[in-house]
Design a protein around this ligand. Structure first.
Ligand SMILES: Nc1ncnc2c1ncn2[C@@H]1O[C@H](COP(=O)(O)OP(=O)(O)OP(=O)(O)O)[C@@H](O)[C@H]1O
Length: 460
């Protein structure tokens, strides 16, 4: 018997599914969207009551419920079981929204039960990940009465991630685009943006070969096309940062040079401070674009070298260095001077100045570490789970780190891979954007501007 003809739309849909699933590059993603996710979503909703109860997310509530009460034994010896509607305490699960697919997993929103806060969910993320048989679960958003979780199916950080070189916007750089380079990928699949405007200073810690220099390379690639000044302190004798000299406004490689350069930076900061006062603005970002001083990003490689003392004579130098760095960390944000401090250990064992400096640095990046103390020093004031995540980064995944996000939460992330040769090429390609020290020192000092009371641009 001949088969009935298959309608053309059905044939087309089957062909599309086959193409998507068989196309090598898209196969895992297509498979997930077409088959994996629908099954997972059904299973998530079906098993939610048990999972919520197992993870301690349910609450007891009084409900009208049919309960079995022991009946009387009749004269014939039959036990009568009675069901009665009674008010009893039952487990209530938080309401679960419809899971939505993402490239690496899914997102789902929950309504918080009375007395619950998003942190209650953050605490049980590991339990949820095991219950849902997935790689990880993270809290990615919250608003009053709601929390959104992201489930991550496959670790997107397991593969080397190519760095993304930013393209100059066609209408030039606007203030809001500046100092927000994308340096890698978060485990949620979102871009990892080191937002200097939101978190002005960053600490980049990790054991040797953990990927610290690669992150600096990614930063160079991200910042080189922007109208900013890059300043290097390379205490490894210049081997790390000297290839990027064409794009560096200044590079110090010895402790003496570092002290001079720090003094110059403090001088620039003081001049900008006076200019802001004259123009009656609180920071340089309130100035019109044309009169804003050039922002400066200071990259320090191996901070410990700045604080180690071999003899008494060096003690005074170290004290002056620590004081200068602390002043920049305290006041730099308002005057456009930002710090990125890299090192294997950044803690109190380097001297009392380091603890005060660390307290001023909001951005934390902790690569693989050898000892728990370094993770505690870098991430100690974040969630304790961040320490566990940092300690479990394996050596075969260089560049993976635990980082502070702009929402105040911590994430696992991996910097985009940038070889020294590529970073060098980028630095040379944008050498024409390198401002001279004189330009950095004098830019936007308000010589061409009237004070705020007479300047409609600033008043606006
Ligand atoms: N995000 C990444 N993706 C892939 N490979 C990476 C990544 N980051 C670093 N690597 C590789 O890991 C190795 C060590 O990286 P890197 O030199 O950045 O480490 P480091 O922490 O600066 O080491 P050291 O302290 O010894 O200078 C390099 O071979 C680099 O290519």
């Amino acid at each position: 018997m001949p088969l009935p003809p298959v309608p053309r739309p059905v044939l087309l849909a089957v062909a599309l599914v086959l193409v998507l699933v068989c196309w090598r590059q898209w196969a895992p993603v297509s498979y997930w969207y077409l088959f994996g996710f629908p099954c997972k979503a059904v299973w998530l909703r079906w098993s939610w009551r048990h999972v919520a109860s197992g993870c301690g997310l349910t609450k007891k509530r009084n409900r009208w419920w049919f309960t079995t009460v022991p009946g009387l034994v009749s004269s014939t010896g039959v036990v009568r079981v009675k069901r009665r509607l009674q008010r009893v305490a039952v487990d209530t699960k938080p309401w679960m929204g419809l899971p939505r697919p993402t490239r690496h997993g899914f997102r789902v929103t929950f309504h918080l039960l009375d007395g619950q806060i998003p942190e209650d969910y953050a605490k049980v993320c590991d339990r949820l990940a095991h219950a849902w048989r997935i790689e990880a679960v993270r809290v990615v958003g919250s608003r009053p009465g709601r929390v959104t979780l992201q489930g991550i199916n496959r670790d997107p950080l397991a593969h080397v991630i190519p760095a993304v070189a930013p393209v100059e916007p066609p209408d030039g750089w606007r203030a809001e685009d500046l100092l927000r380079p994308v340096v890698g990928v978060l485990e949620t699949g979102a871009p990892w943006r080191m937002d200097f405007r939101l978190i002005p200073h960053w600490m980049n810690a990790g054991a040797t070969q953990s990927g610290k220099s690669n992150l600096i390379n990614a930063l160079i690639v991200g910042l080189a096309p922007q109208p900013v000044a890059l300043v290097g302190f390379d205490l490894k004798g210049g081997v790390e940062l000297s290839p990027y000299t064409p794009r560096l406004t200044a590079l110090a490689t010895t402790r003496g040079e570092c002290l001079d350069l720090l003094a110059d930076l403090i001088g620039v900061m003081g001049a900008r401070m006076l200019a802001c006062r004259w123009l009656a603005v609180r920071d340089i970002w309130q100035l019109p674009d044309a009169s804003r001083p050039i922002p400066v990003v200071v990259m320090v490689d191996e901070i410990a070298e700045l604080f180690l003392t071999a003899d008494k004579a060096e003690k005074d130098q170290v004290t002056r260095t620590a004081t200068a760095l602390l002043r920049i960390a305290q006041l730099g944000r308002a005057f456009g001077i930002h710090l990125v401090l890299s090192g294997q250990r950044i803690g109190s064992d380097l001297g009392p100045g380091v603890t005060a400096l660390r307290a001023q640095i909001g951005g934390r990046v902790c690569h693989r570490v050898n000892d728990p103390e370094t993770a505690v020093m870098t991430l100690g004031d974040l969630d304790p789970d961040a320490l566990v995540a940092a300690r479990s980064i394996p050596p075969e995944l260089p560049g993976v780190a635990v980082v502070t996000g702009s929402d105040g939460r911590w994430y696992r992330a991996r910097s985009g891979y940038v070889s020294t040769a590529v970073a060098e090429q980028v630095a040379t390609a944008y050498a024409h954007l390198t401002p001279s020290w004189a330009q950095v020192a004098t830019s936007g000092l308000g010589h061409d501007l009237a004070p705020a009371s007479e300047n409609p641009q600033i008043a606006a």
